[in-house]
Design a protein around this ligand. Sequence first.
Ligand SMILES: [Zn+2]
Length: 147
Amino acid sequence: MNATPLWLHFQTVINWVNTYFTKYRKEMKGIDWGRLYSEHKADVLDPVSLEERIKKLMIDDEVTSKKGIYEYLLTGKEKFLSLRQFSDSQKRQVYEKQGGICASCGKHFEIEQMEGDYHKPWGLGGKTDNDNCVMLCRDCNREKSNK
Ligand SMILES: [Zn+2]
């Protein structure tokens, strides 16, 4: 058995983090870097473009989990960013404006049966404001997110 000594493993992880995430930020504390390293050590990463993207995401109000930025950049999964959601009052306002009509199928629903959908998704620059909210019935919303 030739297991890597623990201290050497830690050093390898730290070196990897320092190589690709060149600017230290307090949000990096408490991240399970050991796991991220073992899952992504073979990824092709560009530290310059990573830093540019981190900076942009740190400024983005829609990103409520700044700590999740690192895992998002490595996996591409938006769930790590805890993106802002439409509030109940926003959904109510848009619901009233639409007269309770689903923007996709044109049928009438109670507000409890509807969900707020992003007209323009976050990835394309969409914000969590009323102008970007569309109320859809659950079926239409599910259908849309499956596409
Ligand atoms: Zn519908």
